[in-house]
Ligand binder design. Structure first.
Ligand code: NAP
Length: 279
């Protein structure tokens, strides 16, 4: 499943939406100098500028206190030119990410991590859902993967990928098993699955022998190794799976495209073109 081609098409659609709306403002907040986070922030800004968004790149020193960071978030909440706010995770030690995220105005929370938006997804009335799980679903839809009634195994239960991916699949009527580091028989769980979504961060964890012949496999994992970027799925899985996402070029580009789409959604909520439910 080719994420680059679909992501390029979505970016073109987003650019047309930005032009129609007149202005879409995206603000990111990066605390400290984690090199991987700096790369992600740079990619997000390049992509947002390419589609004509106004992007604000707030950089704060690693020594920033939680109270100061929350003050900055409140400033962005109050700034009418900002539609979507994204606080890059992880935050330095000593800052509680949950309190910072809870300070974001839910209508600007394009990562879908605020308890209000996370709760809406749990209740089956999604508002904002994180860009990575949305990207996974968009790829599956693009390739016509039948989800209703299928058996789906999601490996990884993070708030940013695994849990929302599992909830989206449940909403689409898959029978979902959510696996994690304490799962006893991971190989047996995977063997039953028509669809496997791996979001772990352990290169090559999912082996070919585990995967049912003809299954669909989505590899969210990205780990930097000496040999380059590696996914969670062993390369030989390509010989058993009917459809598989490459790393790189699968879910990665989709994440950026869906983030841009979420920023457009934010502008539509804020202009009341779409109704945002009362928090
Ligand atoms: P995370 O917060 O570290 O969560 C990893 C999850 O994997 C946890 O739920 C953990 O279980 C589980 N796990 C760890 N070792 C395991 C094992 N041996 N067997 C089964 N489960 C295991 O990571 P994340 O933020 O969700 O990211 C996951 C991966 O996706 C990373 O490689 C990350 O770089 C990548 N990622 C890619 C994109 C993209 O755009 N493609 C976006 C976001 C993340 P416990 O809960 O029990 O600890």
């Amino acid at each position: 499943m080719d994420g680059r081609t679909l992501a390029a098409r979505i970016r073109t659609e987003v650019a047309a939406e930005v032009a129609r709306l007149g202005s879409v403002g995206l603000a990111t907040v990066l605390v400290g100098d984690d090199p991987a986070s700096e790369v992600y922030i740079r990619l997000k800004h390049e992509a947002s500028q390419e589609v004509g968004m106004e992007s604000r790149d707030l950089r704060l020193p690693a020594a920033t206190t939680e109270a100061d960071l929350i003050e900055h978030v409140r400033g962005l909440n109050a700034d009418d030119s900002v539609d979507g706010i994204l606080v890059q995770l992880p935050l330095p030690d000593g800052i509680a990410a949950a309190r910072v995220i809870a300070a974001i105005d839910p209508v600007k929370d394009i990562d879908g991590l605020h308890p209000f938006n996370a709760g809406q997804l749990l209740l089956g009335r999604p508002t904002y859902v994180g860009a990575t799980p949305l990207g996974v679903l968009a790829l599956l839809d693009e390739y016509g993967v039948e989800l209703a009634g299928s058996s789906a195994v999601v490996i990884g239960r993070s708030n940013i990928v695994g849990k929302p991916a599992a909830l989206l699949l449940l909403q689409r009527h898959a029978t979902v098993t959510l696996c994690h580091s304490r799962t006893r028989e991971l190989a047996a769980e995977v063997a039953r699955a028509d669809l496997v979504v791996a979001a772990v961060g352990v290169p090559g964890l999912v082996r070919a022998a585990w995967v049912k012949a003809g299954a669909v496999v989505v590899d969210v994992g990205i780990t930097r190794t000496d040999a380059g970027l590696a996914g969670d799925v062993a390369p030989e899985v390509a010989e058993r799976a009917r459809l598989l996402t490459p790393v790189p070029g699968g879910v990665g580009p989709m994440t950026i495209a869906m983030l841009l789409r979420n920023a457009v959604t934010a502008a539509r909520y804020r202009s009341q073109e779409l109704a945002f439910p009362a928090a």
